[in-house]
Ligand binder design. Structure first.
Ligand code: RIB
Ligand code: CA
Length: 319
C-alpha cells in the first residue's frame, strides 16, 4: 500500500492525544515525526506529553522534535480545558523514550527539503499554534515545495471564537504564524470551529470508547471523560467538540467531509479581533482561494470512524 507521509505538529493536549493515537494505528500513514510546540501547555510539557503518548500508543519508534518554546511575537497563552498537565487527570508513566536533539524547525527544513527533492510531498497535520512551520518557512521558504498540503485545526469563520469573541485558540495563540502559513501559497485544508463543533464527543460515546480494548482503553476513557465541557447551552449537548482528531479523520476518510474553497486571512494587529480568521467566500479580495474550508461533517460517520480505528489497539497493542 502506498502510504501518506505526514508530520504531526501539535500541542498535546487531550484532543491532540486522540488524534495521535488514531494516527499511530493507521497503516495508511507514514508518520515522519512529531513536532510539539508551545500551546495548550508550555513546550517542556507538550514534549513530555508527546513522548508519553508515543509509548501509550506503542509507537516509541516515531521521533519527537522539540519545537518553538513561545509564539513568534505574542506572549504565550495556554489551553483551559486540558487540566494541569495537558492530559486531564490521566497520569502516564515517565517515558523511557527521549526527544531528539534536533529541533522541530531544523527537522521540518531537513525533511521537507528531502521531500521536495524526491518529489514526495508531505502532509503537514497542524494541531496547535503554527509557530514551528512558520519559523521554518521564514528560514527556508523553498520547503513549501515539499508540502503537499497543510491540514490544520484552527480558526473560526462562521462560528464565534472559543478563546475570545472572534478567535479560536490555535490561531489566537500565534496569529503571526498563521499569517505566514496562510500567505505561503501552500494548499490548506482548514478544519475550523465551523467543522469541529459539528462533532461532539458525548458521554455515551466516551463509554463506547472506554471499551475499545488494548492498553489505551483506560487512559482513553479518562481523557475523553475529562474533555466533557458539560455546557449544553454553548454546545447544544453534553460532551466536548472533537477538534484535532478531525485532521486525521479528514486525511483518512475525506468522504465524511464537505468543503468550500475560499481565500483565508487572519487579523494580527487589532487587539479586539486579534487572531480572527476571515474567509473571502465570494472573491472580494481579488486573491485566489488558498484553502478548502470544511463546512460539512458527517458527525456519526466520524464517531464510527474513530471507534473502528481505536478498537484496533485491542489486537495490535494489547494491554
Ligand atoms: O481550539 C481548539 C484547539 O486548541 C485544539 O487544537 C486544542 O488542542 C487547543 O490546542
Ligand atoms: Ca491542539
Amino acid at each position: 500500500m502506498k502510504t501518506i507521509p505526514i508530520i504531526v505538529d501539535c500541542d498535546p493536549g487531550i484532543d491532540d492525544t486522540i488524534a495521535l493515537l488514531t494516527a499511530f494505528v493507521s497503516p495508511e500513514l507514514d508518520i515522519l515525526g512529531i513536532t510539539p510546540v508551545c500551546g495548550n501547555q508550555p513546550l517542556g510539557r507538550t514534549v513530555l506529553n508527546a513522548l508519553q503518548v508515543c509509548e501509550l500508543g506503542g509507537r516509541p519508534d516515531i521521533p519527537v522534535y522539540p519545537g518553538c518554546f513561545r509564539p513568534m511575537l505574542r506572549e504565550p497563552i495556554h489551553g483551559q480545558f486540558h487540566g494541569k498537565t495537558g492530559l486531564g487527570n490521566t497520569t502516564l508513566p515517565d517515558p523511557v523514550k527521549t526527544a531528539e536533539e534536533m529541533s522541530a524547525v531544523d527537522f521540518l527544513i531537513e525533511a521537507l527539503s528531502l521531500a521536495s527533492a524526491k518529489g514526495e510531498p508531505v502532509t503537514l497535520c497542524c494541531l496547535g499554534p503554527m509557530t514551528n512551520l512558520a519559523v521554518a518557512l521564514r528560514i527556508k521558504p523553498q520547503i513549501a515545495d515539499g508540502i503537499g498540503r497543510v491540514v490544520m485545526m484552527g480558526g473560526a469563520y462562521r462560528e464565534p471564537g472559543n478563546r475570545t469573541m472572534t478567535s479560536e485558540f490555535n490561531v489566537l495563540a500565534d496569529p503571526h504564524a498563521a499569517h505566514v502559513v496562510f500567505s505561503s501559497g501552500i494548499p490548506i485544508v482548514a478544519l475550523a470551529l465551523d467543522a469541529t463543533h459539528q462533532v461532539m464527543l458525548k458521554p455515551e460515546h466516551v463509554t463506547a470508547f472506554s471499551r475499545v480494548g488494548g492498553r489505551i482503553s483506560h487512559a482513553l476513557g479518562e481523557l475523553m471523560a475529562f474533555w466533557d465541557r458539560n455546557d449544553v447551552a454553548r454546545y447544544g449537548s453534553r460532551g466536548g467538540p472533537l477538534h484535532d482528531p478531525l485532521v486525521i479523520a479528514y486525511i483518512l476518510a475525506p468522504h465524511l467531509f464537505g468543503t468550500t474553497r475560499a481565500r483565508i486571512f487572519v487579523e494580527y494587529e487589532s487587539e479586539l479581533c486579534m487572531g480572527q480568521t476571515i474567509a473571502d467566500w465570494y472573491g472580494k479580495s481579488g486573491l485566489e482561494p488558498n484553502a478548502e474550508i470544511v463546512t460539512r461533517v458527517d458527525a456519526q460517520g466520524v464517531i464510527d470512524f474513530f471507534l473502528d480505528r481505536l478498537s484496533r489497539y485491542a489486537e495490535k497493542v494489547p494491554a
